[in-house]
Unconditional design. Structure first.
Length: 638
């Protein structure tokens, strides 16, 4: 493991970060129909293909073109309780959900934003299949305002109300599946102006924005209810959007990774120029290299040739730069491979990693000759179906040219460790146009005043109420109210009779601890946590077993609680079995008991818990051990 990099100096690299916070609103119905909010595996299915269209200005959005190039069939699963003909795009949207609008007005008032006189619904083109219409309905509710934090006062650009996308169920060859249960759920979006600061400060700002929204009582909590888009730039360069960061503790990691990655790309551009490389030499001139590999021993290449051809593209001036790795898993070759992956082409090799993967030095020499590569030139090999491979190589040619300028404007997605990967080009202005099926909606001062009157008490007052109602300390109450499981906390405490301090600790500290082990706690849904705590409340599972059960589930070694309990041998220890275990432990350690008396309790407790942990509550073990130890010492004294 290499030395830890120097901390980022945001002023030195002119780091700017703009946040966009999206949060589902807790409303009785969806934004444009009366369907309720519920997770539902629909049984009805229909298929669509979506294609891009020109805007009113005659332009086609580049992100839409990119997605259309994937040529996917889209399968939509519809449930009777969570979707209707509106989600299927078989009838026009109904009237705007006024409860959602009221929530947006409440939230706007918290930031002193200027509410618009009329809400105009717009269509924002979305062609990845996540909306059956090919667009998302969105509307600006307020402009301006300020989020006040301990770091800096952050200007707000807009407060927007929009509909959530369909839930992605997965993808297979040529097809992508969606559930319509999430499509149309109201979202509030806060768009913040770019500000300077450290990655940790950006996370603090995102946290404060989240707390402000939670304090209204109008937003949903839990996995999938929040998404944070992070726009990052350095040295006044292109803005890179990292889309869909769900966990708050990933914000600082994403910002730091992107800042370092972008600085490296600027350094790469400088090195290319210093070495005399010229972007005009990079041309779209692919060559069919399949003949070179007719008798190859490379399993990677031969298996790819069964599905298509091998095309080569010269990369003039890039020798040594395609495989250059300034920090782990960050290489230009990997970025190019990400482009190929999103064109559904998995096979990309480059000259800096060859010979390798079974490709010989003679084959490399033959490819270099075919492509006309000089000593300082690199090359790319792309494998796949011809039309798709050539389309991808055309994009890769432009990406190589962009390397002379620095990081390209693009949309990237977060990984679980905070690294990012290419998703698609940044969308342009051609993606937005007016909604034709709904009229403008006036917003009156009376509406705003009525919404503001419904605001709940401030955060601190809510924390103190939580403390007095459940006997929590200030820090624990803060964590519970700020967590994604506050509603679950209240439900479990009321239903199970478990101590509020234990439930609070489990839903905050335990889950955070598991996350720090590298486990994706976002995988846990509320029903599983509720079931687990219910079993603890009934005595069917010991308190100490909870973390172990979740650890096994998150490690994908068990599919649910019952399977995890069997795998961990966590069958409940009966009172008689516990009594026998304690008696056996005291008997086997009689010399220690005789010599140390009551001071032997801790050592004995550790030995009993080594066998009983997860099968019985530790408090029961302590009480039974204390009883039998007192009896034993009493008999010895006689």
């Amino acid at each position: 493991m290499g030395p830890k990099p120097e901390p980022i100096d945001p002023k030195k690299i002119d780091l700017k970060v703009g946040l966009e916070i999206h949060r589902q609103l807790n409303t009785r119905a969806k934004l444009f129909c009366a369907c309720g909010q519920r997770k539902e595996d629909g049984e009805r299915v229909f298929r669509r293909r979506l294609r891009p269209s020109q805007s009113e200005m005659g332009k086609v959005d580049p992100a839409a073109l990119f997605e259309a190039g994937k040529d996917l069939w889209l399968n939509y699963y519809s449930g009777a309780q969570s979707s209707c003909l509106v989600e299927a795009d078989e009838e026009p949207p109904h009237d705007l959900n006024r409860e959602a609008l009221e929530s947006a007005l409440m939230i706007s008032s918290l930031f002193s934003s200027d509410v618009v006189d009329e809400v105009h619904i717009m269509r924002k083109m979305v062609i990845d299949g996540s909306n059956t219409t090919g667009f998302q309905r969105t509307m600006v509710v307020a402009l301006g305002g300020t989020l006040r934090t301990n770091v800096v006062d952050v200007p707000i650009l807009s407060v927007t109300l929009e509909e959530d996308a369909a839930r992605n169920l997965g993808e297979r060859e040529g097809e992508r599946d969606f559930s319509l249960d999430r499509l149309g759920i109201p979202l509030i979006e806060l768009s913040f102006a770019p500000v300077a600061g450290t990655p940790d400060q950006m996370e603090e700002i995102a946290g404060e924005a989240g707390r402000t929204l939670k304090a209204t009582g109008r937003v949903d909590r839990g996995l999938g209810t929040i998404r944070q888009d992070i726009n990052v730039s350095v040295m006044d360069g292109e803005v890179i959007e990292v889309k869909g960061v769900q966990q708050l503790d990933l914000v600082s990691k994403v910002v730091e990774y992107e800042a370092r990655r972008q600085m490296w790309l600027l350094q790469l551009a400088s090195e290319l120029k210093e070495e005399g490389a010229d972007p005009s030499d990079v041309k779209f001139s692919p060559q069919d290299c399949s003949g070179v590999f007719a008798d190859t021993q490379s399993k990677v290449v031969s298996s790819a040739m069964m599905k298509g051809k091998i095309f080569g593209l010269a990369a003039p001036g890039f020798a040594g730069h395609l495989g250059q790795e300034p920090f782990p898993d960050t290489r230009l070759g990997r970025e190019l491979a990400d482009w190929a992956r999103f064109f559904k082409l998995g096979g990309l090799l480059h000259s800096d990693e060859l010979p390798g993967y079974g490709v010989t030095a003679d084959e490399v020499k033959a490819v270099r000759g075919l492509l006309g590569c000089g000593p300082r030139d690199g090359f790319i090999l792309l494998m796949g179906e011809e039309s798709r491979a050539l389309l991808c190589l055309q994009s890769l040619t432009e990406r190589l040219k962009q390397a002379f300028k620095g990081p390209p404007a693009e949309t990237r997605g977060p990984m679980t460790d905070g690294k990012t990967r290419f998703i698609r080009p940044r969308p342009g202005s051609a993606r937005m146009y007016p909604e034709t099926d709904t009229p403008p909606i006036p917003v009156t001062p009376d509406q705003i005043e009525a919404a503001v009157k419904k605001l709940p008490p401030p955060w601190d007052e809510q924390v103190h109420t939580l403390m007095s109602r459940h006997g929590l300390g200030r820090e624990q109450a803060d964590h519970v109210l700020d967590s994604e499981y506050y509603d679950l906390f209240e439900e479990v405490v009321a239903r199970t009779g478990l101590a509020p301090t234990f439930v609070a600790s489990f839903l905050t500290e335990t889950l955070v601890s598991l996350g720090r082990e590298g486990l994706d706690v976002g995988y846990l849904d509320r029903s599983l946590l509720s079931e687990l705590l219910g079993m603890v409340g009934k005595g069917a599972l010991a308190k100490e077993a909870g973390p172990a059960v979740l650890r096994v589930i998150l490690s994908k070694k068990a599919r649910g609680i019952s399977e995890a309990v069997v795998l961990l041998h966590l069958g409940t220890l009966s009172s008689s079995d516990l009594s026998s275990l304690v008696a056996k432990t005291i008997r086997e350690n009689r010399e220690m008991v005789r010599s140390r008396g009551q001071d032997s309790f801790s050592s004995l407790m550790g030995k009993v818990m080594a066998e009983a942990r997860g099968r019985v509550d530790g408090a029961k073990v302590s009480a039974e051990l204390r009883r039998q130890l007192d009896e034993t010492l009493s008999k010895t004294a006689q």
